[in-house]
Design a protein around this ligand. Sequence first.
Ligand SMILES: [Zn+2]
Length: 732
Amino acid sequence: MLRVTLACAFVLAGAAYGQGVVTGELRYVDREFDFLDGFNGTETERPVPRALVHVLDASDESTLASGYTELDGGFAIPVVGSGPKDVLVRAFTISAPFGGNPVYVQDLSLNIYSTTSPVLSMPSLDQPFDAGVLVAPKVLGPGYQGGPFGILDQGVRAALYVMAQGEPGLPMRVDLFWPEPGGSFASGNAAHIQDDDGFDDIVVLHELGHVMQHLYSDSDSPGGSHSFSQSDQDPRLSMGEGWASFFAGAVRQHFGEPNPGFYMDCKGNGVTGPFSVQLKMRFEDGQPYANSTGGEADEGAVFCALWDLVDRADTNDGFAGDDDLVDGSFEIAPGLDLDAAQWAAFTGGEVLGTFSLHVVDLWDGYFVDAGAVRYDEMSSALDAWKIRVRPDGAEPNDSTSSAVPIALGDAWSETRTLYHATSGGPAPGNGDVDQWSFHLDADAVFEVETRYPGGNPDAETYADTLLSVFNPSGALLATGGDGGVGRNAKLSDLAAPISGTYRVAVRAESGSRPTGSYELRARQTGVLGPPQISGVTPSSVQTLQTTAQPTVIVSGTNLNGFTGVAIGGVPAAATLQPDGDLAVTLPLVDQVGALDLSVTSPLGTGSFPIDVHPPPAPLLNIQDGLSFWFSFTPLSFKLAAEPNDLAFLLFSLSGDPTPIPGIVDLGIGGGIGGIVEVKTVPLSGGGLHAFSLGIGTAPIGVDFHFQLAVLSAATGTLPLVTSNVVKGKKLN
Ligand SMILES: [Zn+2]
């Protein structure tokens, strides 16, 4: 009836100006789906909104007039002229411009799709003419089918949704490509839709979500493969993917689709029923992945939580009421509805300004940029998905002086959060440091560790913790971010040589995981006694290597309180490893053979034998193998051969060999005249010698060649035995 009335109006206009109008309706064949059954076998005709329609002269296909469909698919295109005319009506997968920029649906060869009516005979161009209903059929490919006009429908809806949030239009054209053999993905202003996804409206909207994020907001997602129930994703990826899926639901809710709140990807080969479903997840309750969904590093938790911030009690999702406190009955940000509040946060400075955007930045944006005021209701909605954006009950404990005392023991703390706003408002709360203190008696051995809440082996409410333990004087005793389950930290075998108040600071280890929740415990695991060594690895070690001083790993108990380490009586540098072992750098020993490796603490000394042997041939180590040298750093030379050998350190600018039969066979010099003797060195009882040499006056940028020629102390006979050649260059 309405269309008849419209046509009558044009009759009057046409009579006055000699102008007719072609009316009609554009639809596309759509495959219906629902959460339970996937493609359920129903095919309906849906209107194509805001699509380009041409009226063509049927004789030569020249364009007589053009226009766009309305939201209901109806069109009314004025034409000029008079007399009878055979015409065609042709619709294209090009939308009306939104703020100057349209949406295109094309194949990968950039062909626009179109659908054309049969030849229609207009009795007169200056009379109204009803072209009837033009239905774009399904497009069938090998093993897949799709609806390009349905894909255009999703693109138009996405554009209209962002404009409903106050955007003036699309800042550039949005391109949708179908069929894409390589899977569905988005890049910049383009979304590629897999051949198999030609009727997967939600997949199309998800990819459009990526495009809208690119056009209006920011994404730091590194991309890569991902799926539901992964709780330890890169949180930047979780934000990018979770938001894109959320966007699909928000658009579908905006347009009144029944049950808009889920993600679904189905087989596109025409099969129907539950087996057509490839992947699905409901936003309201997280099914079928509810038990394995949670935290900032889980795209499912991201879209479920964001959904709770825009769905309402009247959302037609098959659930009575709403399952969270944000139910549409009040504004969370004054003057903005739920969608507009989300959009204001999503496009605000907090989100745009961060370098590693994750969902907590969007949360912060709700308060910083959208002016949200309903902190309790909103944070409880996120809390339901284990995204904990409230300070724990021990805050403020960010500073040394505000450290909160905890009891030592096997029991874990309640769940703590690395989220505490210090700016006055409730957000942003990144950068939290939690400080805890505990008392230890002298000579206690203790450990400090974090775990995921509830001891879950799965990351869920991930926190990537870094622990720093301080002694009673405030000096750092140990720090580390590893050793616990998953991304958790554990510092073991720590020694408390004096009694007093020790302190542990918990913070985020990674800038891309700045928040999260954890449980903490600190406990005494023993009493410090004299060091006892149970083994050294390797048990036999060469005095020197060409690229480094050899390192020996010492295992045992009570090594953590060490004050000194020696090998063969020569002091050695050592560092305590996270597992309680000592890493000892072999010093330049003054004897070889079976030596004593000793570890000393105030409570005694433990020792263990280690075999130290000379290298099989003379060995020259300069700068531990680094071959680029600098004038401000004297060169470090280390020489090794058999005990008491006599070593000649030789230098040349030439790398050509110098054979002197019976005397020496050098790899440098290019002749005896090219060789300079730098130093003659009697080696020690350990067969070693070390010295350093300033090279400030040496030429820059030329190759230096060094080699040892060694007279054996054991035989005292020629020829001299040569070492490796070391080549280097002074860079400044
Ligand atoms: Zn995606």
